[in-house]
Design a binder for this molecule. Structure first.
Ligand SMILES: *[C@@H]1O[C@H](CO)[C@@H](O)[C@H](O)[C@H]1NC(C)=O
Ligand SMILES: *[C@@H]1O[C@H](CO)[C@@H](O)[C@H](O)[C@H]1NC(C)=O
Ligand SMILES: *[C@@H]1O[C@H](CO)[C@@H](O)[C@H](O)[C@H]1NC(C)=O
Ligand SMILES: *[C@@H]1O[C@H](CO)[C@@H](O)[C@H](O)[C@H]1NC(C)=O
Ligand SMILES: *[C@@H]1O[C@H](CO)[C@@H](O)[C@H](O)[C@H]1NC(C)=O
Ligand SMILES: *[C@@H]1O[C@H](CO)[C@@H](O)[C@H](O)[C@H]1NC(C)=O
Ligand SMILES: *[C@@H]1O[C@H](CO)[C@@H](O)[C@H](O)[C@H]1NC(C)=O
Ligand SMILES: *[C@@H]1O[C@H](CO)[C@@H](O)[C@H](O)[C@H]1NC(C)=O
Length: 544
C-alpha cells in the first residue's frame, strides 16, 4: 500500500475541530523541499528545509495489550453502570460482533451513535489491582504536534501513567502521571500543564485534573498537553513560531521531548466513583476507551515533505540525497560531507543541508590544518581526516598522538600544538604523559620524564634498588660492585657490603644475630692472618 499522508490529513483536520482553526499556518512553512529558480546559470533548484504535514497518527500504529486476555467477552459478561449498580445493560461477548469490544475500537471513527469502545474485563479479582498496559507502536520516529487525548467511557481511571519510548520500545520514560490523589498514588505534588514555564517545560508532572469527578459524566477525556508546552515558546496562539523553531533547532532535549516511537498507557486503577469499592458488585468497575487521538508527523530530519505508509510501515520520502527511514543518512554516492539534519533557521525557508556528491573532494574536511585529506567511513556515516601531521590524530586531527601532549597556550591549528612527552623508555610505564607533560614512572623513578632515580635507587636501564656503586666505593674491604646489584667480596669477607670478616664457624658468631657478630669476629686489621683458613671456611655464605 502506498498511502501519502496528505490523504489522511483532511480527516485529521476534521477530527481536530475548532481549536485547530486558530492555527492554520501552525506548521505551514517547510512544506516543500525544493523549488526551481532562475539564477545566473539559468534554471536551477533551490533547496529548503522541509517536513511532512501533521496527520492523524492512529492510522499507522500497532496496538498491544497486556495481559493479552484482558479484553472483555471471553467468557461473556454483563456490566453495570458505574453510577448506578442497577443499570446492568452493558453486555460484552467476544464471539458476537455487535457485543464485542476489541482494541481496534479505540481507533475507529467516533461520532456515530452509540459510541464504539474497547473494554476490559471487570475488576473480578478485587482487591488485586486491575492492571492493563496499552502499547501503541509506530516502528517509526514521529513528532507530536498536538495533544494526546484519550476518551474513557464509564469513568476515567483513578490512577494511570502515560509513558513514551524513543527507541522502539526498548526503554521507556514517563510522560505524565494521572491520579485522583497524586501524593497518595505516586508521592508527587499535583501540578497542571498551566503551571509549567519555559524552564520547567520538560518536567514530568502528576496531574489530578483528569481523574477526579466521575459525576461529570461528560468529562471523559484524559489529555497530555502538547500545545500548552509548545505555546510556552510560540505564544498562546502559536503565532511566534520563529521562537519555537529557534528553540527546537538548538535544544535537543526539547526536540526529543516531543519525539516518540511508542506510547504506553498504563492503567493502574479504574474509576470507582467513591472512596469505597462495592465488593458485592464488581461488574461496575472496568476500563473502557472509545477514542485515542495522536496527532503528529513523521520525523524526517527536515529532509522530506511527505511520508508514506508502505508495507505496513511509515517511511519518509527523503529528498536532498538523504536516505533511511528518518532521512538520517546521506545516500551512498552523496557522502562528500557529513550528514546533518535540516535547520528551521533562517525562517521561513530554513537551511536544507543537502548531501553532496562524493567526488566534491575535501569539503568539510575539517582537520585544523594538520591534513588536507579526508575519507568517508560508511559504517559510522562520518568523514575523518587522513594522515594527520604535526603529531596529531583523531577524526579532525584534534588530538595529540600517543607520546605527545597538548600545548594549551597555542591554538589547535598551530603546528607545534603537540609537544613530545619524551618519557624515558626505561624509567616510564608507557609513552603516554598527562595533560601537563608528566610521564608515569616505574617505582624508584621520578622526574617529569621519569629519567631520575629516587634516593636509594641507582640508574641502570631504569632505576634499580641501589646496593652498591663503584664511584661511591660502597663495597668495603676491596669488594667490587657488580652491576650495582651486589658486592663481590675479596677472599675472607662476606656480608652485603663485604663488611664482615671471615669467621671460623657458626659458633664463633659469624652468620648469627648482629649483636653477637660484631664483637665476636676479628677486626679487619687481622684479616690477612685468616687467609690461610679460607679453604675450610665454614661460615662463608654459600650465596656469594
Ligand atoms: C506493564 O508494563 C510494565 C513495564 O513497564 C510491566 O512491569 C508490567 O508488568 C506490565 N503490566 C502488565 C499488566 O502486564
Ligand atoms: C488471563 O490469562 C492468565 C494466564 O494465562 C490467567 O491467569 C488469567 O486468569 C486470565 N485472565 C482472564 C481475565 O481470563
Ligand atoms: C450487581 O447489582 C445488580 C443490581 O443490583 C444486580 O442485578 C447484579 O446481580 C449484581 N451483581 C452481582 C455480581 O452481585
Ligand atoms: C520495523 O521496521 C523495520 C524496518 O525499518 C523492520 O525490519 C521491522 O521488522 C519492523 N518491525 C515491526 C515490528 O514491524
Ligand atoms: C542529489 O542532489 C543533486 C544536487 O546536488 C540533485 O541535482 C539531484 O537531483 C539529487 N538527486 C536525488 C536523487 O535526489
Ligand atoms: C607552548 O607554546 C608556547 C607559545 O608558542 C611556548 O612559549 C611554550 O614554550 C610552549 N610550551 C612548551 C611546554 O613547549
Ligand atoms: C600530571 O602529573 C603531575 C605529577 O603527577 C601532577 O602534578 C599534575 O597535576 C598532573 N597534571 C594533570 C593535568 O593531571
Ligand atoms: C653491628 O655492626 C653493624 C654494621 O657495622 C651495625 O649497624 C650494628 O649496629 C652493630 N651491632 C651491634 C650490636 O653493635
Amino acid at each position: 500500500m502506498h498511502w501519502p499522508l496528505l490523504l489522511a490529513l483532511e480527516a485529521a483536520w476534521a477530527g481536530l475541530g475548532q481549536a485547530t482553526q486558530h492555527y492554520p499556518a501552525m506548521w505551514g512553512h517547510y512544506d516543500v523541499c525544493k523549488s526551481q529558480v532562475y539564477s545566473d546559470e539559468g534554471l536551477t533548484w533551490d533547496y529548503m528545509a522541509c517536513q511532512p504535514e501533521a496527520a492523524d497518527m492512529t492510522k499507522y500504529l500497532r496496538v498491544a495489550l497486556e495481559p493479552t486476555n484482558i479484553t472483555c467477552g471471553d467468557p461473556a459478561e454483563t456490566y453495570c453502570a458505574l453510577e448506578n449498580p442497577y443499570m446492568c445493560n452493558n453486555e460484552c461477548d467476544a464471539s458476537t460482533k455487535e457485543l464485542a469490544h476489541p482494541p481496534e475500537l479505540m481507533f475507529d471513527f467516533e461520532g456515530r451513535n452509540p459510541t464504539t469502545f474497547w473494554q476490559s474485563t471487570s475488576w473480578r479479582k478485587y482487591p488485586k489491582p486491575l492492571l492493563v498496559n496499552i502499547t501503541l507502536s509506530w516502528n517509526k520516529t514521529i513528532e507530536l504536534t498536538d495533544d494526546i487525548v484519550i476518551t474513557f467511557e464509564s469513568g476515567r481511571p483513578e490512577q494511570m501513567v502515560l509513558e513514551k519510548s524513543l527507541d522502539y520500545g526498548r526503554t521507556w520514560l514517563p510522560y505524565q502521571f494521572y491520579a485522583t490523589d497524586c501524593l497518595d498514588a505516586f508521592t508527587m505534588e499535583p501540578r497542571t500543564a498551566q503551571d509549567l514555564t519555559q524552564h520547567t517545560l520538560l518536567d514530568v508532572i502528576c496531574t489530578e485534573e483528569y481523574s477526579r469527578g466521575y459525576v461529570w459524566k461528560y468529562d471523559k477525556t484524559v489529555r497530555f498537553e502538547i500545545k500548552d508546552r509548545l505555546a510556552l515558546f510560540a505564544g498562546p496562539r502559536l503565532h511566534n513560531m520563529a521562537s519555537l523553531y529557534g528553540q527546537l533547532d538548538t535544544t535537543k532535549n526539547l526536540r526529543d521531548f516531543f519525539t516518540i516511537t511508542d506510547l504506553r498507557i498504563k492503567l493502574l486503577r479504574p474509576a470507582t466513583g467513591a472512596t469505597m469499592v462495592d465488593e458485592n458488585n464488581l461488574s461496575r468497575y472496568f476500563y473502557a476507551i472509545s477514542d485515542i487521538k495522536v496527532q503528529g508527523r513523521c520525523k524526517c530530519n527536515l529532509h522530506a515533505n511527505s511520508c508514506v505508509f508502505d508495507k505496513e510501515k511509515l517511511v519518509c520520502e527523503c529528498e536532498h540525497n538523504t536516505t533511511g527511514p528518518d532521512c538520517g543518512r546521506c545516500k551512498r554516492s552523496y557522502q562528500g560531507r557529513v550528514w546533518s539534519p535540516g535547520s528551521y533557521l533562517p525562517i521561513p525557508k530554513g537551511t536544507a543541508n543537502i548531501c553532496v556528491p562524493n567526488n566534491i573532494g575535501p569539503v568539510n574536511c575539517e582537520c585544523f590544518g594538520h591534513s588536507n585529506r579526508c575519507s568517508y567511513i560508511e559504517l559510522l556515516n562520518t568523514v575523518i581526516c587522513v594522515s594527520c601531521k604535526h603529531n596529531t590524530r583523531g577524526q579532525h586531527c584534534q588530538l595529540c598522538k600517543l607520546g605527545y601532549y597538548r600545548n594549551t597556550s597555542v591554538e589547535l591549528d598551530d603546528e607545534n600544538v603537540c609537544i613530545a612527552c619524551n618519557c624515558d623508555p626505561f624509567g616510564s610505564e608507557s609513552e603516554r604523559c598527562n595533560a601537563t607533560g608528566f610521564c608515569k614512572c616505574k617505582s624508584g623513578t621520578t622526574g617529569k620524564h621519569c629519567s631520575e632515580c629516587l634516593p636509594g635507587y641507582l640508574w641502570d636501564s631504569g632505576c634499580k634498588s641501589q646496593v652498591c656503586d663503584d664511584e661511591l666505593l660502597r663495597c668495603q674491604n676491596g669488594g667490587v660492585c657488580l652491576s650495582n646489584l651486589r658486592c663481590q667480596c675479596t677472599v675472607g669477607f662476606s656480608g652485603v657490603l663485604c663488611e664482615k670478616p671471615h669467621c671460623e664457624s657458626e659458633a664463633a658468631g659469624c652468620g648469627g644475630p648482629d649483636s653477637a657478630r660484631n664483637t665476636s669476629c676479628p677486626s679487619s686489621a687481622h684479616l690477612l692472618l685468616l687467609l690461610l683458613a679460607l679453604a675450610t671456611a665454614s661460615c662463608w655464605p654459600a650465596a656469594l
